[in-house]
Design a protein around this ligand. Structure first.
Ligand code: NAP
Length: 270
């Protein structure tokens, strides 16, 4: 019986054996795929989501299949106070923190002049400030150990602009800037900070976008056709990149961003 929620190949020696990782947005989509792959690679995990329940559901399933230790915490990443409390609890329960994956994020797409102050704040507070809150809460433990890897899940929207998707690209450009800035600030003290910029990946958030279109199936086909590889990406494909960046295999990779979009962003025009 296949007990896996995702399509991962069996690997050899676990690549994160003995590591402690905290993953935000772990209850769904890309975050839950990263959680599964990291647990399969030997890491003990703290899973953070808006509420603890979805993170706990993912954690309970992974504990059964991998035997790894799982801690579930709830926090809104846009609240520094909630993040400080949740991350302190997670570090305490895990007994340390080697890896932080900032995956919690939301789509806020619109016309600039129609964007309300509330939408602007919600977008920037979750997608940009949220990552900073988590890094700030994790850094003292990592700096004390002289070891830590941070991976921020940015977006192809952090590189290219799709009209009508405002202000999401503003936040994702900022997240790549945060990655570069902090990667440099703490490099000499054993901390690496990198980001991944996925293109369109089939997750519950992407499905919600398709369902918001007048003809979801037609939009799905249109999006796949725009990709050089003629298919939409899978959460597993982002998880493998996160595994590399969060592992010691990437020890000389710092303050950089890895695009995972099937090559779409390199096309100028047809
Ligand atoms: P998803 O399926 O909606 O998962 C996002 C997770 O983040 C959910 O569990 C969500 O919780 C959680 N979350 C949202 N706001 C939060 C907050 N304020 N505090 C704590 N947790 C919060 O989305 P996804 O597609 O996997 O996206 C994951 C990341 O990848 C996001 O940063 C997104 O911007 C980025 N990304 C996605 C794509 C794509 O095509 N899917 C492409 C590029 C980049 P709830 O479910 O409870 O709201």
């Amino acid at each position: 019986m296949n007990t896996s929620a995702h399509d991962f190949a069996t690997t050899g020696r676990p690549r994160l054996q003995g590591k402690h990782a905290l993953i935000t947005g772990a209850g769904s989509g890309i975050g839950s795929a990263i959680a599964e792959l990291f647990a399969r690679e030997g890491a003990d995990l703290a899973l953070l989501d808006l509420t603890a329940a979805p993170a706990k559901a993912v954690g309970d399933a992974l504990m059964k299949t991998t035997g790894r230790r799982m801690v579930a915490v709830g926090a809104d990443v846009s609240s520094a106070t909630q993040v400080d409390t949740a991350i302190a609890e997670a570090i305490d329960a895990l007994g340390g923190l080697d890896i932080l994956i900032n995956c919690a994020g939301i789509n806020v797409f619109g016309d600039p002049l129609q964007t309300t102050e509330q939408d602007w704040r919600r977008c920037l507070d979750t997608n940009l400030a949220g990552a900073w809150h988590c890094i700030r809460a994790a850094l003292p433990t990592m700096l004390a150990a002289g070891y830590g890897h941070v991976v921020n899940i940015a977006s192809v929207h952090g590189h290219k602009i799709i009209p009508g998707a405002f202000p999401y690209p503003v936040a994702k450009h900022g997240l790549i800037g945060l990655t570069r800035s902090l990667g440099i600030e703490y490099a000499a003290r054993g901390i690496r900070v990198n980001s991944i910029s996925p293109g369109l990946i089939m997750t519950p958030a992407a499905e919600r976008y398709f369902q918001s279109c007048p003809d979801p199936e037609a939009e799905r086909l249109r999006q796949a056709e725009l990709l050089p590889c003629k298919r939409i990406g899978k959460p597993e494909e982002v998880a493998y990149a996160a595994l590399f960046l969060a592992s010691d295999e990437a020890r000389f990779v710092n303050a950089t961003d890895l695009l995972i979009d099937g090559g779409r962003s390199q096309i100028y025009h047809d």
